[in-house]
Design a protein around this ligand. Sequence first.
Ligand SMILES: Cc1cc2nc3c(=O)[nH]c(=O)nc-3n(C[C@H](O)[C@H](O)[C@H](O)COP(=O)(O)OP(=O)(O)OC[C@H]3O[C@@H](n4cnc5c(N)ncnc54)[C@H](O)[C@@H]3O)c2cc1C
Length: 150
Amino acid sequence: MVTEIEELNQRRFKVVCNQINEQGTVVIQKTFTCRYLFLAAGSIGTTELLLRAKYKGKLRRLNDNVGMNWGTNGDSIGIVATKSGQTNPTQGGPAVGGIEDFDNPIAPVVIEQIPFSSLPEGVYATLGQGITLPEGKLTYNPKTNSTDLF
Ligand SMILES: Cc1cc2nc3c(=O)[nH]c(=O)nc-3n(C[C@H](O)[C@H](O)[C@H](O)COP(=O)(O)OP(=O)(O)OC[C@H]3O[C@@H](n4cnc5c(N)ncnc54)[C@H](O)[C@@H]3O)c2cc1C
């Protein structure tokens, strides 16, 4: 697990990481240097590494936009339970039905069926896919050495 990244000079980055076992206990700390550094620790993990490095002055070329405009993917799951409806006791497979409303005045939205095979008779599950505003903000918290989401 990467804990620190640092730009040593215009041609070298340093990466500090913990080798952990299956219980998450740190076995050994390792340091690597590289010419190119690609971050792929996900939206929050990558931002945390960048914000930590920025706070500690280890990536001095970062601007103040790091951590800004964070948003979720806008997914939501809903359940429709009917009292008398017959839904088919053996739901399964990919979704076979969806509703698209791209002209929705609030925001475009897609709702599709989720045919979980474990759902009881009379129950439908749906996945709503909308677009959220990127109103979140991630900041580095030196007390916890991690990021806070606002
Ligand atoms: C329940 C669920 C269902 C989804 N379904 C779909 C779908 O149907 N279709 C679709 O397109 N997308 C789906 N997504 C979204 C999709 O999974 C993500 O958008 C995608 O995985 C993001 O890829 P990523 O490589 O940026 O990050 P991730 O897949 O999150 O990978 C980041 C990796 O970095 C590691 N990491 C984090 N911090 C560090 C660190 N400091 N050091 C080292 N490693 C670190 C993490 O352990 C992780 O392995 C779904 C997501 C979820 C949670």
